[in-house]
Every structure is written in structure tokens, then in C-alpha cells.
Design a protein around this ligand. Structure first.
Ligand code: GLY
Ligand code: MN
Ligand code: MN
Length: 395
């Protein structure tokens, strides 16, 4: 993303802020994993969204007074000894170039008391983990609702970035078609996907890759990926690349060896038919609560037709998650409202599934849908999805 994007987003945030207020957005800090190592650091995505910078310890401060915005960005002070071990810190010049903020200072010079100006309201980004919150955050208002309003609606350049993430994910799935056979290990499948997306230019995965064969498919976040793919099984893949911070989130369910068994085909088609009907309901003004209720009805109706449901079963036995979520910098993107009303520019996943633990199988199909005035646009439409297309590709 280029500098004007971050400038625009800060201006928009400024427009939402009340008079005489200050927004404070921290990058977050590294967390120790042992005596001399840290967990991989991922910058707070609100900070990244407003600055383009992904280093720890930064702090963005935007003051609004009489309609005027004053922006200050605090970054880490150079530490040449430490930089020899872990890499170079961003310089003030580079931070200014990336973010478009003129006033760059060192975090050591930040004085929390400078926020306490008369009756100025402090809006702190409360998405930061509690253990990292400074004491002044406790009595602050929450900036999150303003950030949600911005981040839910994607700019064209964000959609382009997500489309890139989806295209790279598609290449990974294409490679999986060649090696999804009985006898392969689930971790081999996950490893090939992760190799392919890195090779394609991704930052890495958007979330832990799920390669769940047979009886593992009903476990929604199965990330162990330790089993051997059995004969006549399907493998449920839920995976995504992250490209310049933006996530793809795709599920495809493939038959090991390239041919769906009769029962697998029945279950697969039930979910696919349901998904196509549900995607069509992703329209401006529709509420996710209504779409959730609709998805339960449709999956029940289509699932019943397969004859695979047990006597006395209910939809909750076979479908036990949300139909979708906002997608963006976070895979489950910033959103406070399960009852979201769809608006143009949102990207929402559509991921119905039916999981038959009593038969050791499950199907989920997930695509990433852009909401437009002219109806839903499936950003992942190019990834094979019908039984015919999948079997042809795997032949
Ligand atoms: N991969 C997590 C999800 O689909 O929401
Ligand atoms: Mn997913
Ligand atoms: Mn999802």
C-alpha cells in the first residue's frame, strides 16, 4: 500500500473523532517465549492500517482540535547492538516516507501526560492485549468502533491485495490436487501448500493451515495435520495466503485419489448447492443474522435429501459455526457486530459446511465475497469447486 492510502485512512479516522480528542494506536510489543527469544511479532493491524509500519513498540497519536489534526508517530530508537542480531530498525526518514507523517519521534520521548490536555478525550485502541495496555488506557474511551467503520469497507487497492492473496492461495490448492491421494500425510499436504504460497510471493499463511482428512473434517479448527489420508476419504482444506498483510480464507474439500465416492458426492453437492444459494443472499442491506438463519434452513433442506442424516438429528448436529465473517488484514477482520448489515465494499466469507462425524466425513466450501451495489462478486470464483471441475483437475 502506498503513502496516500495511510494518509487517507488517518484523515477519515480524524473526521470520525469528536472535537478535542486524541486517538492513540500502539503497534504492540514483542512477547518473550523463553529467556532470550520472542514469539514471532505481528503488529497490531490497526496500527499497520494507519501507518504501513509493522515494527514493535511504535505509537501513533492523532490529536483533533478545532477541526485540525496533528499527527505524531513514535518509533523505536536505534539500538545498533541489538540490530546486529535481529535486523535493522526502521529509521525516522523511512517511517515518514512509508506513513506520510512528518513528525516522527522516538518512543523514549513519549510522555503519557502530554495526552492529558484540559478536557481532551482519549480514545485508545482497546484491541491491544490487556497485559500490554498502559495505565492511561484504563480510563480512556475505546477507539475500536471508529476503526471498525473504516476497516469493514475495503478500498479498491485493498481488494486488489486480497485478490492477489486469493490467486496465490489458488496456486497452492492447485498443487494440492496432484498429491491428495490415500497414504499421504496431512502435514505433507499442509507443507506443500505453505511452500507454494511462499514461492508465489506471500508473506506466509493468513492462519494455521487445516488439512483434515476423513474423521478429522468435523473438527473445525483441526490444525494438528498428523494423520495419514485414508482410502476413500475426502480431505477438507481450509487455508489462505497473506499478501502484504491481507488475508485470503478459502476452503475446498477434495476426494483423495481424485474421485468422490457416491456418499461423498451427495454430501458435497448438498453443501455446494447450499453455498450457491447463500452467496446469492449476500446483498446490500441484508443482515448477517438473517443470512445465518437462512444458511441453517438451506443446509438442513439440502442435507436431508442426501439420506445421510441420522434419525432424530438436528441441523446443530451437522452445522455448528457461523456462515461467514469479514475478511481483510485479519482473517476474522475487525468487526463488533454479528448482526452486521452488508454494505458495498465489504468482503465477507461464505463458508457453509456439513460435518457427519458418525460417517467420518465433512465438507466445507468457503469463498471470499465482495459486496457490491450490483450483487455479490465471488473473488475466489476461479478455484475449482464443482465435482466435475475437481475430478477433471485431479485426473
Ligand atoms: N479459517 C478460519 C475460518 O474459516 O474462519
Ligand atoms: Mn477458512
Ligand atoms: Mn473463514
Amino acid at each position: 500500500m502506498k503513502q496516500p492510502f495511510y494518509q487517507k485512512k488517518r484523515r477519515e479516522l480524524g473526521n470520525l473523532l469528536p472535537e478535542k480528542s486524541v486517538a492513540v494506536v500502539p503497534a504492540g510489543k514483542e512477547v518473550a517465549s523463553s529467556l532470550d527469544d520472542c514469539y514471532p511479532f505481528y503488529a497490531n493491524n490497526n496500527y499497520f492500517y494507519l501507518t504501513g509500519i509493522r515494527e514493535p513498540e511504535g505509537l501513533l497519536v492523532i490529536q483533533k482540535d478545532e477541526g485540525e489534526l496533528t499527527e505524531t508517530l513514535y518509533i523505536r530508537k536505534p539500538d545498533y547492538d541489538r540490530e546486529k542480531w535481529i535486523g535493522r530498525y526502521i529509521t525516522t526518514a523511512r517511517a515518514s516516507e512509508v506513513s506520510g507523517i512528518g513528525d516522527i519521534r522516538y518512543i523514549d520521548d513519549f510522555l503519557p501526560d502530554s495526552l492529558l490536555r484540559g478536557d481532551q478525550l482519549i480514545y485508545f485502541d482497546q484491541t491491544i492485549p490487556d497485559h500490554q495496555k498502559p495505565s492511561y488506557a484504563e480510563n480512556s474511551d475505546d477507539l475500536t468502533p471508529f476503526l471498525v467503520r473504516l476497516r469493514l469497507i475495503k478500498e479498491p487497492e485493498e481488494i486488489e491485495m486480497m485478490q492477489n492473496a486469493i490467486s496465490i492461495t489458488a496456486k497452492g490448492i492447485d498443487a494440492l490436487c496432484d498429491i491428495t491421494v490415500p497414504g499421504v500425510k496431512e502435514y505433507e499436504l499442509a507443507a506443500l501448500f505453505e511452500y507454494m504460497i511462499k514461492d508465489g510471493g506471500a508473506d506466509g499463511t493468513a492462519f494455521a493451515t487445516i488439512a483434515a482428512s476423513g474423521q478429522n473434517a468435523p473438527i473445525l479448527h483441526y490444525v494438528e495435520n498428523k494423520d495419514t489420508v485414508p482410502e476413500n476419504a475426502m480431505v477438507l482444506f481450509d487455508l489462505g495466503a497473506k499478501v502484504q498483510g491481507y488475508a485470503a480464507d478459502i476452503s475446498r474439500t477434495l476426494p483423495a485419489g481424485g474421485k468422490f465416492s457416491d456418499d461423498a458426492a451427495k454430501l458435497y453437492d448438498a453443501v455446494l448447492t447450499a453455498q450457491e444459494l447463500i452467496i446469492d443472499a449476500y446483498r446490500v442491506g441484508a443482515s448477517m443474522k438473517d443470512i445465518q438463519a437462512y444458511s441453517r434452513e438451506i443446509l438442513w433442506e439440502q442435507g436431508l435429501k442426501t439420506g445421510l442424516f441420522a434419525a432424530g438429528a438436528e441441523i446443530d448436529d451437522y452445522y455448528y459455526h457461523g456462515i461467514g465473517h469479514s475478511l481483510g488484514l485479519d482473517t476474522h477482520d475487525l468487526c463488533l457486530d454479528r448482526n452486521l448489515t452488508l454494505a458495498p465494499g465489504m468482503v465477507i466469507t461464505c463458508e457453509p459446511g456439513l460435518y457427519l462425524a458418525h460417517r467420518g466425513m465433512g465438507v466445507r466450501i468457503e469463498d471470499d465475497i465482495l459486496i457490491t451495489e450490483d450483487g455479490p462478486v465471488n473473488l475466489s470464483v476461479g478455484i475449482p469447486k464443482t465435482i466435475e471441475d475437481i475430478e477433471r483437475r485431479m485426473r
